[in-house]
Design a protein around this ligand. Sequence first.
Ligand code: SME
Length: 157
Amino acid sequence: MAEDLYIDKGSKEEKYRALLPQLKNLIDGEDDLIANLANVSAALNETFHFFWVGFYRVQGEELVLGPFQGPIACTRIRRGRGVCGTAWAKADTLIVPDVDVFPGHIACSSLSRSEIVVPLIRKDENEVWGVLDIDSENLNSFDEIDARFLEEVCSWL
Ligand code: SME
């Protein structure tokens, strides 16, 4: 892909619709996982200006911090802990409209108010190998539109 990202000026859905083909090209043209995780987090951040966007990868019984955009974050999260560890254990996307009412939420930053976590699933083995985590400084930032498009991106990784 060209190194410049085209960012649609329309609605959230229009932004995702413009972004996804560009991400697909980017991922299809590169087989290095870390390079792809780094560029996906950068492209999501450039498009949506999230407070924090990044990846954690499963290593044994923990998630370990991977490529991300935003302030420094917790490096290790145990399975079943926090929003990330719960999305891993459930192998399901979690939308948290208000992190203060999510039992066990891990506050890497006190500025984070809402969050979405999408598991990365190895299709052949049906096994979670990581998560995409996105945090917002505003309440109620994420909905089914985010879940649908982000799950599609995660299925390519
Ligand atoms: N809030 C997450 C921890 C990761 S940071 O937000 C980057 C959680 O509860 O799992």
